[in-house]
Design a protein around this ligand. Structure first.
Ligand code: PLP
Length: 412
């Protein structure tokens, strides 16, 4: 995307702005469908469904593309559920994977006829009291430490809040029996973001889950292995090799599925992988300063717009389209406009020293970008735009207004 187009978009929709490339999004969906078909061909009696985890980005324009490309969806909240439904996913194509939800939310899921995946005995008890004799899935904690780009996104092992562990299975069975629930599937999600060098760890986690299923859940029909498929954020990282992943999964699943012929469906729940690389957030350079032998490039992309760098210390490639003819390269910290010391998009990066109003591009922001954005310090969330091959664009979410934020305030 060239400077002219980006400048035009900022003038039209304001700064900062999320932009998604329709072509890259479709390509990632195609990759997922190819992975599904490759693994299905290997495991000949099992159907595989890929549920896009809409927490990564639940804009309906993205969901509709995902749906058209043949994927299913996961939702985790009433809003995500509504977005999935409005984007065309039917009740069989949605799985509700949730954590600590109240009874009203359970009633909604049941009313909509969506399969639920529960992640504690107390949630199974609550569901059972409301809806005895119904189908449920359970999230287990396979016990082994999971995989992920940060400790904060590792979701299995002793230090996480997720799932039911082996020591509580006896009590789980008691509650299931008490309410005559039909446990049709087991789910596990090890964490978010593994690449080729961590496939072994991922497979170890899968193996631990399969051992528990063999031992305790011989009658289930659905096995859900969660998400976690990574993308290369850093230039030196390589894309995840899905043929290798399919081979490695086949090696652990083949005998298991032969011994458990009642399992007829395998699910995966990739979130990040689908929209991440299609998205970027662009903004403007607002101020530069040189303090304590450090360049600080001040932009309007605050941690409220893209929280990953400050929350996870995550790396995002940053480019500056500068009008500065001298293009003097400096080592700088690029930061946002929020009054927090952690409001930094990139530390110690080499960039041409920008002019004020130059455009800054933060790449790979399509997943956990807008969906984690907030109004912290009263800042407005940006607009979102989809770009097509011919450089045409479509506004897919308007920029917020102060009036919109004011709407829910009760003045007295
Ligand atoms: N499934 C569950 C239960 C999750 O919590 C998540 C996110 O962490 C995902 C799927 C998607 O994970 P990822 O975006 O790493 O593919």
């Amino acid at each position: 995307m060239n400077l002219e187009l980006l400048t035009e978009l900022i003038e039209k929709y304001g700064s900062p702005l999320y932009i998604y490339d329709n072509k890259i999004l479709q390509e990632r969906c195609e990759k997922m469908m190819k992975f599904k078909k490759t693994l299905e061909a290997k495991l000949n009696h099992v159907k595989i469904n890929i549920h896009y985890s809409s927490k990564a980005n639940s804009n309906p324009a993205i969901l509709k593309i995902v749906k058209n490309m043949g994927l299913y969806a996961d939702s985790m909240s009433p809003f995500e559920l509504k977005m999935c439904q409005k984007s065309g996913f039917n009740k069989k194509e949605i799985l509700y994977v949730c954590n600590n939800i109240d009874k009203n939310e359970m009633k909604l899921v049941n009313k909509e006829g969506i399969l639920i995946c529960l992640d504690s005995i107390s949630q199974v008890e609550a569901w059972g009291e409301l809806f005895p004799n119904t189908d449920i899935m359970i999230r287990i904690n396979p016990g082994i430490r999971g995989v992920g780009h940060s400790k904060k996104v590792i979701t299995s092992g002793k230090e996480t809040k997720f799932g039911i562990s082996e020591e509580n299975f006896t009590e789980l069975f008691r509650v299931i029996k008490k309410h005559n629930l039909n446990l049709i599937g087991i789910h596990q999600h090890l964490g978010s973001l593994f690449l080729n060098d961590k496939i072994d760890d991922y497979i170890q986690g899968v193996k631990s889950g399969l051992e528990l299923i063999n031992k305790y859940f011989p009658d289930i029909k659905i096995l859900d292995l969660g998400g976690g498929f990574g993308v290369p954020y850093k230039p030196e990282e390589k894309a995840l090799d899905f043929n290798l992943l399919a081979d490695r999964l086949y090696a652990v699943l083949k005998d298991f599925l032969d011994e458990n012929p009642n399992i007829h469906e395998l699910k995966f729940e990739p979130g990040r992988y689908i929209p991440c690389e299609s998205g970027m957030i662009i903004g403007k350079v607002i101020a530069n300063k040189y303090e304590n032998k450090t360049w600080w490039i001040g932009t309007d992309i605050g941690m409220n717009q893209l929280v990953r760098p400050s929350m996870y210390n995550a790396y995002h490639e940053i480019n500056i389209l500068t009008q500065n003819e001298k293009k003097k390269i400096v080592k700088a910290n690029v930061c946002g406009n929020i009054c927090e010391s952690s409001d930094i998009l990139g530390k110690n990066i080499y960039l041409p020293l920008p002019n004020i109003d130059d455009i800054i591009i933060v790449k790979n922001a399509g997943a956990y970008g807008y969906s984690m954005a907030s109004n912290y310090t009263g800042r407005l969330r940006p607009a979102e735009v989809m770009i097509y091959g011919d450089n045409s664009e479509k506004l897919i979410r308007k920029r917020e207004t102060i009036e919109y934020l004011e709407e829910n305030i009760v003045w007295d």
